[in-house]
Design a protein. Structure first.
Length: 187
């Protein structure tokens, strides 16, 4: 009787194990059919080109691109750079500061009293634009403007595109600023 019980319990264990294996296989097969009509970021089985969760979120989510533009590209083009911000206005909000340091990998933030909407009104930055996107955290297109391969300092400004009149948030390498503006800012 004990031998019969042990034999039956082994059979029950084997049956349960086979049942679990069958359930897993059926679920894996179903994923493909479930994922057919899902947006990429909501699929059950997805392979990304990177394991960096911030990069995945930035590349695959419109709301994340809006929240982190142009901070993520700053980290790509000039990690460790210093960023100059105005003391007042939308660029000086706490979330901008945090995103510049954490996502943009800025090494330092410097606050100066200047008007970011009027600093580069008649300055042509088009030849120096290295990256652009839209929309940013202020619902504006953005650009990163660099002249050096290894820029060390940027200033956040708003620029008006001469051809369209559209406003853009721009991170400009300070070495590209006219001498008069650098003197005015004390750079």
């Amino acid at each position: 009787m004990i031998v019969t019980f042990l034999t039956a319990s082994v059979s029950i264990r084997q049956f349960f194990l086979l049942l679990c294996i069958a359930a897993v296989i059926i679920n894996i097969i179903q994923f493909r059919f479930i994922d057919e009509n899902r947006r990429y970021e909501f699929q059950a089985i997805v392979r990304y080109d990177t394991s960096d969760i911030m990069e995945i979120a930035y590349l695959n989510s419109k709301s994340n691109r809006r929240a982190y533009s142009p901070f993520f590209p700053l980290a790509t083009h000039a990690p460790g750079s210093r960023v100059i911000l105005p003391q007042k206005g939308p660029y000086s909000k706490p979330e901008v500061k945090v995103r510049l340091i954490t996502v943009g990998r800025a090494s330092e933030l410097l606050f100066i009293d200047y008007d970011p909407d009027r600093l580069l009104i008649e300055y042509d930055i088009v030849p120096y634009i290295v990256d652009t996107g839209h929309p940013s955290f202020r619902d504006l297109s953005w650009a990163i403007v660099m002249g050096n391969r290894t820029p060390e300092e940027f200033i956040f400004v708003q620029w008006i595109i001469p051809t369209t009149g559209e406003r853009m948030d721009v991170l400009v390498e300070t070495s590209l600023l006219p001498e008069s503006i650098r003197m005015e800012l004390g750079l």
